[in-house]
Design a protein around this ligand. Structure first.
Ligand code: ADP
Ligand code: MG
Length: 339
């Protein structure tokens, strides 16, 4: 009998690793293949960056509470985020759609309103794509092409011991926004006359429905003359993405619990939902903030930027990636992708 291995036994990252092992790139201009936020292509004049991300109805979004306009915006923003993580500038996007007959022309207009708004905000051109019918709802797959000067690219695998660990914005809000939206959906399904109780939670909900890529920080770091030693965007959660950065760089890291940037509204939503705000910040995901390392001598140049928090430091002990708690304990940071 032929062997059959369940995908769940490998998990997302194990599966990508297995795919990667079977691929040997041969072109001299393929600088970086699978393994970073974007592939890197030598354009002689600089590096080209190429990345794809897919959003599937029922897996990544629920149309009962996700406005199509926001969904269109998010589909572009999460891809631009991967270009930002390479310290690059996005240029062109292509959009692939799978559509079931449940969707009207007006619905697609709305989706594209959001995509066009994102293209304006991030200064990118929408240059093509593909459209197909779908038997199971809506599928949106976006690819982005970007550029970066060769000496300004930031990989995941170049963090060094004693570097300072930084993150932009705040963490955990998008996850809690989703939990609130899910909760209100259940309330509504049980009693369609109930009005949603989302007041006071506008920030966490906005973080879920309309995330932004941190291109603003990419430009600000360049202006300040700071080149991160390594960078990744926080899409799966700080824990998971920190583990990627550390594993690929062959380093360890210590994160201080009391340095984790968490918005007041995130704390309130966490209390309301009885979820630990620290767990939301570490494992929530969909923050689309930038996690990066800088040399210690760059500290003076970033310390006054309100968009950047110093959360810890890099060590040479790759066996220890840990949270230094408020009670002065060290607990290992663990994470996994979907399984
Ligand atoms: P990100 O969260 O930054 O989008 P992912 O975790 O999705 O990154 O992917 C990690 C790496 O694996 C990337 O280099 C991505 O291009 C690659 N990858 C993901 N899925 C596949 C696939 N099915 N085939 C080939 N490469 C893949
Ligand atoms: Mg990424």
């Amino acid at each position: 009998m032929e062997a059959r291995t369940e995908i769940s036994s490998l998990g997302e990252f194990g599966l990508i690793k297995r795919i990667n092992q079977g691929i040997k790139n041969k072109l001299p201009d393929t600088i970086k293949g699978i393994g970073d936020d974007a592939a890197v292509i030598d354009l002689d004049t600089g590096y080209g960056l190429l990345t794809s991300d897919m959003l599937l109805e029922g897996v990544h979004f629920d149309l009962t509470f996700f406005p199509l306009k926001h969904l269109g915006y998010k589909a572009i923003a999460v891809n631009v985020s991967d270009i930002a993580a390479m310290n690059g500038i996005p240029h062109q996007v292509t959009v692939n759609l799978g559509l079931s007959n449940r969707f009207s022309v007006e619905a697609i207009d709305e989706l594209y309103e959001g995509m066009k708004a994102a293209c304006t905000d991030y200064n990118v051109d929408l240059v093509g794509g593909d459209t197909s019918s779908s038997l199971s709802g809506l599928l949106i797959s976006v690819s982005v092409f970007g550029k970066v000067k060769k000496d300004l690219i930031t990989y995941r695998n170049t963090a060094k011991p004693n570097d300072i660990l930084c993150v932009t914005g705040d963490l955990g809000a998008a996850y809690l926004g989703l939990q609130l939206l899910e909760r209100e959906k259940q309330v509504f399904l049980a009693n369609p006359n109930m009005q949603p109780e989302l007041e006071g939670n506008d920030y966490v909900i906005q973080r879920q429905l309309r995330p932004e890529a941190r291109m603003d920080v990419v430009y600000e770091l360049a202006e300040a003359g700071v080149l991160p030693t390594a960078m990744i965007d926080v899409s799966d959660g700080l824990a998971s993405d920190l583990l990627h950065l550390c594993a690929q760089s062959g380093v360890g890291a210590i994160v201080f619990e009391d340095r984790l940037p968490i918005d007041d509204q995130t704390f309130l939503a966490a209390t309301e939902l009885q979820i630990s705000p620290i767990t939301a910040a570490l494992n929530g995901g969909e923050d689309y903030e930038l996690l990066f390392t800088v040399r210690q001598d760059a500290y003076e140049l970033i310390k006054n930027n309100p968009k950047i928090s110093v959360i810890g430091y890099v060590t040479d002990n790759k066996a220890e990636i840990a949270l230094h708690t408020k009670g002065d304990n060290r607990v290992p940071i663990t994470a996994q992708g979907w399984s």
